[in-house]
Design a binder for this molecule. Structure first.
Ligand SMILES: Cc1cc2nc3c(=O)[nH]c(=O)nc-3n(C[C@H](O)[C@H](O)[C@H](O)COP(=O)(O)OP(=O)(O)OC[C@H]3O[C@@H](n4cnc5c(N)ncnc54)[C@H](O)[C@@H]3O)c2cc1C
Length: 300
């Protein structure tokens, strides 16, 4: 069976690999190489922030979590397990995914303005290294890649098409419920941080990858502007230095902007000879292996 996967971001590449592993003849059609995707901008924390449909997202997270834990032991993947803290400004019940991440330790002896801290050790993915590794795995599995923009899903020569085109997935499917949610991050040199930190309530985060740290962030629903904003860069660095004082005075190495493919619910379903898998918003890295497994199960 010939399968065409439209999209070479984390969703398309993970799906292509799994499909090749069950013996499908797979071609990836992508407008850009991995470095031109939203996936490569992602901070890479495997963290099930809320996404819908909640029950399916919980299952996808569980599958992904296990696979990223396995990959953390494989050299060259850019995945490692790192302890960290999720800071919250009001005390709230433990999240429903507490067990899925291998257990959470709650601390309430944290300084103002935070009310509590959830400590756990999820996989942290250096998306630049990881997507390079993943693209190489995909090629090694016999998948061909064609760099071209697909104007429409009609007319693609394949027995089955996977629509994994991220933000463009909606347009290709005739679905107008996908909108960009702009995110800006700043990379600074890693001074040797040994944990990640996220302020869940003001969207600030510090994700160390060994040689650089991803400092974030922003989420501007409806903005499709890919130009970095210098005022936002300054604001992110100020917020991150408050979270992690070692970052005070850090100079930006580079600034990245990505457009999360926001949709009220992630769409993963088969309609005839098309499997739609898009609209992952801010959780596409976290859900990637779980979604790839379901895409594969629909490709029989
Ligand atoms: C700042 C930021 C931080 C983030 N941090 C995290 C995080 O810590 N954890 C997490 O889980 N998620 C995070 N995310 C979310 C994550 O990046 C996305 O959910 C994920 O990248 C979506 O992957 P995708 O493959 O669907 O889309 P993309 O990566 O955008 O890939 C889409 C692909 O489709 C191709 N394409 C599009 N249209 C066409 C067409 N017509 N023809 C051919 N090819 C086409 C593109 O070229 C691209 O290859 C973050 C996002 C941002 C912006």
């Amino acid at each position: 069976m010939r399968v065409a996967v439209v999209g070479g971001g984390i969703i398309g590449l993970s799906s292509a690999l799994r499909l090749a592993q069950i013996g499908r003849d797979v071609t990836v059609l992508t407008a850009s190489p991995p470095e031109g995707t939203t996936s490569m901008v992602a901070g890479g924390l495997i963290y099930p922030r809320h996404a819908e449909p909640a029950d399916r997202c919980a299952r996808w997270t569980e599958v992904s979590f296990a696979e990223f834990q396995r990959l953390a032991a494989v050299p060259g993947t850019g995945v490692r397990l790192l302890p960290g803290r999720l800071l919250r400004r009001t005390e709230r019940p433990l999240p429903v995914w507490a067990d899925a991440v291998g257990g959470i330790i709650r601390r309430i002896d944290v300084d103002d303005p935070w009310a509590d801290s959830l400590d756990f050790s999820p996989p942290l993915v250096d998306t630049e290294r990881y997507l390079t590794w993943l693209a190489a795995e995909v090629a090694a599995a016999g998948v061909r890649t064609e760099y071209r923009e697909v104007p429409s899903l009609d007319g693609i020569r394949a027995d089955l098409v996977v629509n994994a085109a991220g933000l463009d997935g909606g347009r290709l499917a005739g679905d107008d419920s996908v909108t960009p949610a702009r995110g800006q991050v700043v990379h600074v040199a890693d001074p040797g941080l040994t944990e990640w930190v996220v302020d869940e309530d003001d969207f600030s985060y510090v994700l160390p990858h060994g040689d650089y740290v991803v400092c974030g962030g922003t989420e501007e629903l409806g903005s499709g502007d890919l130009a970095p904003d210098p005022a936002t860069t300054g604001d992110i660095l100020r917020r991150c230095a408050k979270l992690v004082p070692e970052l005070a005075g850090a100079e930006p190495l580079r600034v990245r902007v990505g457009l999360r493919p926001h949709r009220p619910e992630i769409r993963l379903e088969r309609v005839g000879d098309v499997i739609h898998c898009y609209g992952h918003g801010g959780t596409g890295v976290t859900l990637s292996w779980g979604c790839a497994a379901e895409v594969t199960s629909l490709a029989v």
